[in-house]
Design a protein around this ligand. Structure first.
Ligand SMILES: [Zn+2]
Length: 207
């Protein structure tokens, strides 16, 4: 889907400012816009730089701008990012469509059982041990690792992914026990056990 041109939208009055709210705590103001089919939220915050992201599952566009940034400038910036926004929305929506919304609990339980020996195999090979493994429905990540407590969390959606991708996520999260960041050393460790991690990561995020 293409984001309609803001200039056109302004002319046809399809940029509607929906809500404007004043907030406390770092956020001074939030404004919602409807630009054609696209929902945009602009937040004026106590930040230095502008950040722009497209959030799952519906592709809502969220932009944070520093306090004092003008509305016209914010809209102009959105306009200049039109192509990127359009692509990001399609990607987020494609991902949401590829993800079943109704889950079969028995299937997920069976998958968690299958996961166990695969996970233990990597714990042994990498000589790293989790204190606990948690499964959860997550919307924006495949897994997470609390390196201090060694509690690893995996997205149950992995049940719908190829096994090699699941193995990559296991290796990734176990590697976070040693490196709680995405530094060069972290990726070197991942590559040591999963040389084709780039391809698998791409496969996971571009269904
Ligand atoms: Zn990570």
């Amino acid at each position: 889907m293409l984001v309609p041109s803001l200039a056109d939208s302004c002319r046809t009055r399809s940029v509607k400012r929906l809500i404007s709210t004043k907030y406390m705590k770092g956020i001074s103001e939030i404004r919602h816009y409807q630009i054609g089919e696209v929902q945009v939220v602009v937040m004026w915050k106590n930040v230095r730089n502008v950040s722009l992201k497209v959030a799952p599952p519906d592709g809502q566009v969220r932009m944070s701008v520093p306090l004092g940034y003008s509305e016209a400038k914010a809209l102009q910036l959105l306009e200049s990012k039109r192509d990127w926004i359009g692509q990001a929305i399609s990607k987020v929506k494609r991902r949401a469509e590829a993800t079943p919304t109704k889950h079969d609990p028995a299937m997920l339980r069976a998958w968690a059982e299958e996961f166990k020996p695969i996970f233990e195999k990597w714990e042994q090979r990498m000589q790293l041990q989790a204190s606990k493994v948690v499964f959860k429905m997550m919307t924006s990540r495949w897994g997470s690792c609390q390196s201090k407590t060694r509690v690893l969390t995996f997205n149950l959606m992995l049940a719908y992914k190829p096994r090699e991708c699941v193995e990559y996520v296991i290796i990734h999260e176990l590697a976070h026990i040693v490196h709680p960041n995405h530094s060069k050393d972290f990726w070197n460790l991942v590559a040591q056990y999963c040389p084709n991690y780039r391809r698998l990561r791409h496969l996971l995020n571009n269904p």
